[in-house]
Design a protein around this ligand. Structure first.
Ligand SMILES: CC(C)(COP(=O)(O)OP(=O)(O)OC[C@H]1O[C@@H](n2cnc3c(N)ncnc32)[C@H](O)[C@@H]1OP(=O)(O)O)[C@@H](O)C(=O)NCCC(=O)NCCS
Length: 252
């Protein structure tokens, strides 16, 4: 009985063990020793989105118009091209700050709430889990190739609104290990947990600039169910950014 149990567990572990090129990794539940690394990955993943948001903001016709108008107005008033360019640079800096702020305010809020007690918020709640992807040694005989680095995370939490639904959070993969199938494995593992818990629906939120994530979720069978404008107090700046939030759903 015990032997068959062990075999089953070994089979499951090997199913979650992946080897992509030189990198091999496995998916395992979060442990307290991962705390700092998981928070670091979360910060890196979220703050890395400020730049694509900035590019998308700057290329919006209304913002291009603001920059041209600023340039023309300052030039007409001062006859100084340098002052006009300075004015446009200030607008660009202000826009970059808005993009940075949109994510940094979210990151700070999360680090001080959910991510301050990962165990309590994601691990110990019934019907929830927090999984990490960890590199394993490439060569098990020599032990060479490194291992033991947490390079990806994904959490599942039961919905507070709907007892039959769960929500996915904290999908992040270290960008040095991107396109190796790590996120794909994490999503598969979390959806499997959700199935075992008997959920009928899995929900998540993402933003328009998270194109790799949106492609990943669509590939896994999620569909966009709602689009909304992100507003967070600083409504004037948020209007310049026009950050769209997508709500996505997976039906089991
Ligand atoms: C989104 C993210 C988790 C993807 O991680 P990853 O390990 O590189 O993804 P995978 O290698 O498992 O790719 C799985 C699929 O996702 C999509 N994908 C991943 N990266 C992509 C990219 N740069 N461009 C387009 N599609 C991409 C593809 O469909 C890919 O399948 P394919 O490789 O067969 O084409 C990672 O880029 C990340 O951490 N981004 C920043 C944080 C973030 O946006 N998190 C989402 C929170 S909602």
């Amino acid at each position: 009985m015990e032997a068959s149990h062990t075999t089953k567990r070994a089979k499951r572990a090997s199913a979650l063990q992946k080897q992509t090129g030189a990198l091999s990794f496995h998916i395992r539940p979060y442990e307290d020793k991962d705390f700092h690394r998981v928070r670091e990955l979360f910060c890196q993943g979220m703050m890395g989105l400020a730049r694509p948001l900035f590019y998308s903001t700057v290329s919006r016709p209304s913002n291009l118009l603001i920059m041209v108008a600023t340039l023309a107005l300052i030039y007409i008033c001062t006859s100084s091209l340098l002052a006009a360019i300075g004015g446009v640079m200030s607008v660009l800096l202000a826009l970059y700050y808005c993009c940075w702020f949109a994510y940094s305010s979210y990151v700070t809020a999360m680090l001080n709430s959910q991510m301050a007690n990962i165990r309590e918020h994601f691990v110990e709640r019934p019907g929830s889990c927090f999984l990490v992807a960890e590199t394993t040694c490439c060569d098990e005989t020599t032990g060479r190739g490194g291992g033991g680095d947490v390079v990806g995370t994904l959490a599942l939490v039961s919905s507070t609104q709907d007892p039959g639904a769960c929500e996915m959070f904290r999908m992040v993969v270290d960008d040095r290990y991107s396109r190796r199938g790590i996120a794909s494995c994490l999503v598969d593992a979390v959806l499997q947990r959700a199935r075992e818990h008997g959920y009928r629906l899995c929900q998540l939120k993402t933003t328009m600039v998270q194109r790799p994530a949106i492609a990943l979720y669509k590939k896994k069978g999620f569909v966009i169910t709602k689009e909304a404008l992100y507003t967070n107090g600083h409504s004037f700046f948020m209007l310049l950014i026009k950050l769209i939030i997508y709500e996505m759903e997976y039906v089991f």
